[in-house]
Structures are given as C-alpha cells and as structure tokens.
Design a binder for this molecule. Structure first.
Ligand code: ADP
Ligand code: MG
Length: 729
C-alpha cells in the first residue's frame, strides 16, 4: 500500500482548474448586494427608521425600541428577499475568531403552518449561551451570562443564507468580552480628541474617523498535502521539514504571474467578498512560493476590521471549493518568509481631509505636523504596549526573522520629514510662524514637498512606517484580527492628543500666541520622542546594538512582551480614556497567556507524537533494509571487498541510530518538562515554563528529524516534503 504522502501527492497532481460561476452582471451591479446598506435601507425602512439608523451611524444616537421593531421588520423582509432563512448575531469574542449562533426566522403557528418572525429585541440584543468563550475569569461559568448588542455602524450582511448582524459582546455586569467594544470606545476617543485639536486649525471639522486599509498575506497548500501533515492540520505550521533545494532564493515568485488554479480561487473569493461589500482591490504573488496577498480599499476602521474578519473566513471557505487550504499562520514554513497583515492607518475628517496628508497651506501643514508628531510621541511612550498587542506564538517566529520587522518597535518617517523635524528641534524659540499666505511654507522652514505622496521614500523593514499619507503598522500577524492594533493605535494617539491640547491651552492661557504654543509643544515632543525614530535597516545587527544603546525594549517572546498589557502605564491609559478597566485588561492578559501556553502545549504534543509514531519507525524500517543489505553483501563478497564497500553503508546505519537516539532522548526530556509545567497552576509561571523549558526542545528535535529526512529512502518518508508543499499547485 502507498504511504499517505504518495496518496496525497497523487491527488494533488491530478487537480484541474475549477471554473468560477460569474454572475451575468457587472461588478458595480452586485457590489454590496448582500449587505443591508444605505440603498437597501432606503428601500426597506420607513423614513423615520432610516433617519434614526443614520443618526446612530453618524452621531452615535441610540435607536429607541419602537424604531428597533421597524428596523427589524425591514431587515427581515430584505433578508428573506435575498434567500435568508436564519439570522445570527455575529461577534468577535476573545478567541480572535468570529462567533455566531444561528436561529431560524420561521416560527410555527397554529394549524401546522409557520411564519417568519424577527422582532426588534432579536435584532438589538441576544443572550448566547456563552459559557465556553474565554473571559479571563470575568465571567465564571456558573454565571455564564453574556449579551450581544447590535452595532449599527457595521452593516448586517447575508452569508450562507444567514442574516449576520455585527454585535458587541459584553458580560452581564457590563464588562467587554470581545474586541469590538473597546474598539468602538477607542474610536470614540480618537474622534473626540482629534476634533478638539483640529479646532485650532479649522472649526468646520466636527468629526474625525480612523481609517484602516489592511494587506492580508497567506499561503495556499493543496488540501490533500495539508491533510497528510498532522502538524499543519493541528497547529497551522510545519514542525518539521528539511528546506527545499529551491525555495525563494531566485525571488521569481514575487509579483509573478499568478498560477491558473490560484487565479480561479482568487476570482471566486473576490466575487463573494464584493457581493458582501468588502472592497478587495489588489491581488498578487508574495515573496515565498505559494504565498499571496490581498488588499482592499481602506475604510472606516470598525468596518474595515469586520471586513478583514469576514475575508479571513471567506478565504478559508472558498479555498475548500478549490481543493486548497489557506494557511493564515505567521510562519508555516521555516526558512521561507512568513505572513503578516500590514495595517495602514490614518485619520479622516468630515470635511474629507486626510489629517496625515501634508497640505498646501501653512495652516494645513502645521495641522499635519501636529498629528504626525503626536503619533510619533504616542508610539514612543507606548512602544511596549504596541509590542504586546502583536505578540503571539506564531508571530514570535516571524518578528525579527529578517523578513518582518524586528521585535523592537520604532517609527520611520523618511528623509525629508526627518530633516524637517531636525530643523524644528534645533530652531530657537523666537522663530516666527506665519499663517498668512498659502505658499505651503512654515516660514523659515523648508517646504513639505508633495513628492512625499509618491511613496518614493519607503522603508520596508520598519514596524511602523510613514508612507506619504498614512502610517503602515507592519508587525501585525497574518492570523490576527486587526482589532487590537486599531484599539491601541487610536487609543494612544487619542490620549496623546488630549495631553497635547492641555499643554497648548496652558500656554495660550499664559498669553502665548496659539501657533507659537503649538509649535513649542511640538518641538518638545520631537525632542522627547527622538529615540523611537529610526530610518535605517531594521533587519541589521547594527540596529540591535543601536537600539540597545537607546534603551529600546526588545522582547523576544510572547510571555515577556505581554507583561506591558498590565503595566501601571497601560492601565492608566485604558482607564483614563474609558476603553477598558483594569479588570478587563487583566482578563485579557490572562487569556493571551493561557492561549500561548495551550498553543505551545499542542505543538509539543504533536511534535512528540509525530517523532515517535511517524518518523522513528520509518527511520528504523529503512535502517533495517540497510542492515539486510550489508548482511547480504557479506555473504556474496569476499572479505576484503566487503570490508572496503560496506563502510559507507555502515556509516549511514550508525548515523540513523544516532539521530533516532537523540530524538528519543529529547522527546523524553521534553515530555518530562511538560509534566512539570502542567503541574503549575498560575498562568504566568506556567507560560514561562512552556516558553523557556518546553519550547527549546522544538528546534533540537527538528534538527535530527530533518537530518533523517535527508537520509531515509524518499519512498518511505511519510510527510509531504517542503518542495511538494511549496511548489505543487
Ligand atoms: P504596499 O506597497 O504597502 O503593498 P498597497 O498600495 O498595496 O501598499 O497598500 C496600501 C494600503 O493602504 C491599501 O490597503 C490602502 O487601502 C491603504 N490606504 C491608503 N490610504 C489610506 C488611508 N488614508 N488610510 C488607511 N489606509 C489607507
Ligand atoms: Mg504594505
């Protein structure tokens, strides 16, 4: 019988391109048709209900009960018209995946018939049996009540004939149990703080919303090969695998022609995404073989976070139709590039301006500088928190792996802006700022050139890079939700802008002219946050040394990095801005640590099982063949020839034994360490034990398994090899 690898390879070799059933309509005709968008609302809601929903979206005004019933009725008709049979509250619990529990619209009535029912109460609030979602101790199972509540700012949509209603998820006692609740609070905070600061420059600005445009990287692997790798299946990454003779060294995949089977897959998920109003726009090959990227047009941050979540789900679902599996893991293969999710972030005003776009007038340039410098100051002050929110076992492999930003947080702004900040830093206090005229000059300063917008001056190694009219946060992992990144960036900038306003107002009270006051505070911030700016190569060793000199943190592992989540500084930040309470933060810390421990525990088990049950038996089987062969040679050859020719065979036999012996010893020791770690009750030392005692065996074991892969007969090897996983499509 074939081994499982060969069975999988045979399936993978016979794949053909699947045809995509395109609707007979233009994209502009079906874009968003499965969302309860403005057009649908106009058609299906009463005038009054429509106005209230718009008020809720634009001004955060609560929708009253009576109107909620009207909205529910309209939404129901719309959904049923589009084939929906069920509805669900769709939320983002702290597992990082989306959660849904479907209920049918149909309700039996007397006489054995039924009618579709959906009332305001079902739209606005639900009580899912939520005892199994992580709560970090906030909600013990005996009082397992958690509520979901409708978020009208993210439109309901239909997926798999189910009306999905985006909601927040909170505990009975009002604590956030999800990502959306603190995200909405952080977005409120940035709106308020930025509007207040914008009033120094423009009274017409009444609303500022954060924008997010993500870039999602992922790997595709043939499903049969995926299923033949228990490590991929159970942990999302390969725990073994000798590198392929060819991988990404020729760099011939990046931006290359997209393979036909992959194009079909992309067209298929893009079609679904577009019908759901997810504005995916760009697709291309990434650096590693079988790695790809997809990016949308940016949107308001809350919506964009939901859309990324939806897209990750679609990728997974649609891939199955094409006999692919999508790997969203940050580092599925050792030795080739991992996957990230760049979060492009900016601030937009109700007047349609991008606050991170250098302007044409002095006034708008001073405003631009204000937002830019405050953002850098915020990153400087909360670098450890930023590092904490992107920490995960998957990202631990990727950060600092010479392909992704290092674990050291720094910000890049480009040569021209650096020059400008340097001039401001060195300028004396009496410098005159004229807001008259519109030459685009800060008097006595160089012009902020518009060429910035061309993205010519880019640094792809920086974790937080200014790219002309937005910041690109590049350290987020490909499997993460964008929510923690968006909560954090908006929160720290909001907090910073509040402090800025207080300082400027203080000076104005002391009769300093407004522009001078702004300038003075900015100058002080530029000096204070200088350490966080780095324009060089973030991948180089030089930077490690330089960063150490600057006393910037460099947390290499998740348990170390996560500690910043519960520092006094972080707690104050979240509490002052009413985004999360101390208790909620502590709960999140617990959950993240537990998640880390569980993931390493699972990996360690899979590693042990595979070594013992897959690898060692095959190695011994092959070794036995060699032994038989040597014995045979002894029978047929004369003594001298045998002595000469059996030498190499004997060496291989010994080598195999040595590797097997090492693997057995290391697996044994790893299991012993696991037993010790499992006895630890407290979350923190337990995670530390997994990180520092169990995890170090992974590479040791892998080294010997990968050596065996090179020694053992290819026909016996049970796990699909890197060359097959990476190149078959
Ligand atoms: P890259 O060179 O980093 O791959 P792309 O052009 O592919 O750049 O991606 C840029 C991303 O930035 C897109 O997702 C785009 O929507 C987003 N973006 C552009 N402008 C803004 C903005 N003002 N706010 C947020 N995101 C933006
Ligand atoms: Mg990018």
């Amino acid at each position: 019988m074939d081994n499982i690898r060969f069975t999988a390879l045979k399936s993978a070799m016979c794949r053909t391109r699947k045809t995509v059933e395109f609707p007979n309509r233009r994209a502009s005709e079906y874009f968003g048709e499965l969302t309860f968008n403005k057009v649908a609302m106009r058609e299906f809601l009463t005038e009054e209900a429509f106005r209230q929903v718009m008020n809720a979206i634009e001004k955060g005004i609560k929708i009253d009960r009576r109107i909620a019933d009207q909205v529910a009725a309209g939404m129901k008709s719309w959904a049923i018209n589009h084939g929906a049979t069920h509805y669900t509250h769709w939320f983002l619990p702290l597992t990082g995946a989306t959660a849904e529990k479907h209920d049918a619209f149909i309700d039996p009535v007397e006489g054995g018939t039924g009618i579709e029912k959906f009332r305001g109460i079902e739209l606005t609030q639900q009580e899912p049996d939520a005892s199994s979602f992580p709560s970090g101790g906030i909600r013990s199972t005996f009082e397992a009540r958690g509520y979901t509540a409708w978020d009208p700012t993210s439109p309901a949509f239909i997926m798999d004939r189910t009306l999905c209603i985006p909601t927040v998820f909170v505990s009975y006692t009002g604590e956030a149990l999800d990502f959306k609740t603190p995200l909405l609070r952080a977005l409120y905070a940035i709106d308020k703080a930025a509007v207040d600061v914008c009033h120094y420059f423009d009274k017409d600005i009444t609303k500022v919303f954060a924008t997010l445009g993500w870039e999602q990287e992922y790997f595709l692997v043939d499903e049969a090969l995926f299923l033949a790798r228990p490590d991929l299946m159970l942990t999302g990454r390969t725990l073994f695998g000798h590198s392929s003779a060819k991988d990404q060294q020729l760099e011939d995949h990046y931006f290359g022609t997209i393979p036909q089977r992959v194009i079909s897959f992309m067209q298929d998920f893009e079609l679904e995404a577009h019908r759901l109003g997810v504005p995916v726009k760009t697709r291309h090959n990434e650096v590693a073989p079988n790695q790809f990227e997809c990016a949308p047009v940016f949107e308001e941050a809350n919506l964009s976070v939901d859309h990324n979540q939806l897209l990750m789900h679609l990728l997974d679902k649609v891939a199955k139709r094409h006999d692919f599996t999508v790997l969203l893991h940050e580092k599925p293969y050792a030795g080739v590039n991992g996957s990230g999710k760049h979060n492009n972030w900016s601030l937009m005003t109700n007047t349609g301006e991008n606050l991170l776009s250098p302007g044409k007038t002095t006034k708008s340039n001073l405003r631009f500088l204000t937002i830019l410098v405050n953002t850098i100051k915020a990153v400087h002050d909360h670098a450890d928190l930023i590092r904490a929110i992107i920490a995960s076992p998957g990202n631990d492999h990727r950060l600092g792996a010479n392909e992704a930003p290092p674990a050291i947080i720094s910000a890049f702004i480009g040569t021209q802006l650096t020059q400008l900040l340097n001039i401001i830093e060195k300028s004396d206090k009496k410098i005159k700022i004229s807001t008259e005229g519109d030459s685009g000059l800060l008097k006595n300063f160089p012009k902020i050139p518009e060429i910035l917008l061309d993205n010519t001056d880019r640094n792809r190694t920086s974790p937080f890079a200014f790219t002309g009219n937005k910041f690109e946060f590049r350290a987020v992992g490909s499997s993460h939700t964008c929510a923690p990144a968006m909560i954090t960036i908006n929160l720290i900038v909001a907090d910073q802008l509040k402090k800025f306003k207080a300082e400027v107002d203080g000076l104005i009270e002391k009769k300093v002219k407004k522009e001078d006051a702004i300038f003075q505070v900015l100058k002080q911030y530029i000096i204070e946050s200088k350490n966080i700016r780095f324009e060089g190569n973030n991948y180089g060793d030089e930077w490690m040394k330089e960063a150490a000199k600057r006393k910037l943190s460099n947390f290499r592992t998740t348990p170390e990095a996560l500690k910043a989540l519960i520092s006094t500084k972080t707690e104050k930040l979240f509490e002052d801005n009413q985004v999360l309470s101390k208790r909620e933060l502590e709960a999140r810390y617990e959950i993240r640590l537990e998640n880390y421990t569980k993931k390493i525990q699972i990996e360690s088990r899979v590693l042990g099982d595979l070594s013992t049950n897959h690898i060692i038996p095959i190695a011994i089987k092959y070794q036995n063949t060699l032994i038989e062969n040597v014995k045979g040679l002894k029978q047929v050859l004369d003594y001298q020839t045998y002595g000469k020719l059996s030498h190499n065979q004997m060496e291989t036999i010994t080598e195999i034994s040595e590797h097997v012996d090492k693997i057995k010893t290391y697996v044994h020791n790893m299991v012993e360490e696991r037993k010790i770690a499992n006895k630890i009750e407290e979350t923190e030392p337990k995670a530390d034990a997994y990180c520092n005692k169990v995890y170090p065996y992974f590479d040791k074991i892998r080294y010997h398994v990968d050596k065996l892969e090179m020694l053992v007969d290819d026909e016996l090897w049970p796990l699909p090899k890197y060359r097959e996983l990476l190149f078959m499509r």
